[in-house]
Design a protein around this ligand. Structure first.
Ligand SMILES: Cc1cc2nc3c(=O)[nH]c(=O)nc-3n(C[C@H](O)[C@H](O)[C@H](O)COP(=O)(O)O)c2cc1C
Length: 205
């Protein structure tokens, strides 16, 4: 699959088959993280790859398991119907999309600045860089015929994962990644249509 095709095919996949992913394939996919651009040249991210189901469940045990479409209907900030439908698909699956995956991949970012209270945009460079690496992993997974989803840890989710996985305080989880073979009926949410002529500007806005 060439790059443009992988970019086109990449979608959030939250429904998987039971198929395991060979360790060497997971390694090849995660290795692409280390080709991503990095603000400080270090690429000192760690990636934890969990394939043990009990450990996967324990690591994401903080993720809510009782979210429903009603939860989404109560979210007053969503106005667009396509966006709302994508939330109605995604929100109830937050726990299942991780525990039902072949593996949970956890990127770990070194805390180099107070990213929750940034003084400058550059304080967020480490966060921006690790997301470049996450996109590499997502695209590599897609090109191998697998699918991924991401969940941003909320509340105690990171704390719970840290305790289970034993990673040091100096690291943060930017997101949990679920990866696996998409099931036949895997839902791909409708995309918002983008008018490229309106969004891409030549010379001036
Ligand atoms: C920064 C970021 C945070 C996201 N957080 C979540 C999340 O917590 N849970 C989830 O199911 N999807 C999450 N997503 C996936 C988006 O919902 C998804 O990418 C978007 O709806 C477009 O759909 P697509 O990925 O199928 O193209 C996140 C994506 C990004 C880039």
């Amino acid at each position: 699959m060439d790059l443009y095709e992988a970019v086109e095919q990449r979608r959030s996949i939250r429904d998987f088959t039971d198929e395991a992913i060979p360790e060497e394939t997971l390694k090849r996919i995660v290795a692409t993280a280390y080709n991503a651009p990095a603000n400080d040249h270090f690429r000192d991210w760690h990636y934890i790859v969990i394939t043990d189901k009990d450990l996967m469940k324990a690591a994401v045990n903080g993720v809510p398991q009782d979210l429903t479409e009603k939860t989404v209907d109560d979210m007053t900030f969503i106005s667009d119907p396509v966006q709302k439908e994508s939330y109605r698909v995604a929100v109830p699956k937050q726990y299942r999309m991780l525990t039902g995956a072949a593996a949970v991949i956890i990127p770990l970012m070194k805390k180099k600045a107070d990213i929750l209270n940034p003084g400058n945009l550059s304080d967020l460079n480490c966060y921006a860089s690790i997301w470049c690496s996450i996109e590499n992993v997502w695209l590599a997974a897609t090109s191998e015929g697998y699918g991924c989803n991401v969940r941003i840890p909320w509340g105690d989710e990171e704390k719970i994962a840290r305790k289970v996985l034993d990673f040091p305080e100096g690291y943060m989880i930017p997101c949990f990644i679920g990866i696996g073979r998409p099931s036949k009926d895997a839902v791909k949410t409708k995309q918002l249509e983008v008018d490229l002529d309106e969004m891409i500007h030549w010379q001036k806005f």
